[in-house]
Write a protein that binds this ligand. Sequence first.
Ligand code: KIV
Length: 278
Amino acid sequence: MAGKRTVKDILLMKGGQRKISMLTAYDAPMAALLDQSGIDILLVGDSLGMVVLGLDSTVPVTMEQMLHHAAAVRRGAANALVIGDMPFGSYLVDVRETVRNGARFLKEAGCDGVKLEGGESICDEVRALVRAGIPVMGHLGLTPQTAGQLGGFKVQGKSLEAGRKMLADARALEEAGAFSLVLECVPAPLAEVVTRGISIPTFGIGAGPHCDGQVLVTNDMLGLFEKFTPGFVKKYIDLAPQMKEAITAFQDEISSGMFPAPEHSFASDEDFSSLLED
Ligand code: KIV
């Protein structure tokens, strides 16, 4: 697909032959690389807290940090739809504050929409955002902002009862106006049922092959985040060891005097050593 992606384009890709691609981005140069590679959606995830800011969870991430990084991603992305993740606490107080915060992602960062974690319990907020003209992506299954309540970073929806609740949450989000939703750490057969049971696209992350699209944290799939790698991640390249090799080579070459060589230096015909004689 060529040209700038819109929410309508993404909706039209539901159930299509081509799966929709989404990756996370946190800065302009990476956003440009992803955009030039044809990724449909760049998610400025609050995974920012862990993979970029060195925090232990997504909970401390602030609105200001999200807006700062989302604006950089927008500057790097010409064609991809850019979605800003609303951080923990930014959509929990009341509907008015939720809309105020959601609008900041569009006005200040240039995002095309926002993502929120939760099901039926956040549908008033989703409805208000959509009424205000802010496209919303939902997020069900393992919701990292409330992982503690879910018993940690574990597969969700393992029982029939939990599956029924997830389908009800998905339908509630669709009814509230969400244009798509992420299913994280969900058994593949349940993700398939949820995908078939709603008319908006689903994005799987650890949710099997039947979703309408797939999303991964870019730093995980490029092998840039070494602290831990969830079992559902496929590393398409292992960049961290290669980067360390290059950095060690720099360290060795400046120690030995091999760098900078004449081609990395600026010559002059002037005799500057005469300055020391003044
Ligand atoms: O914050 C994030 O990166 C996410 C993805 C894992 C979907 O929510």
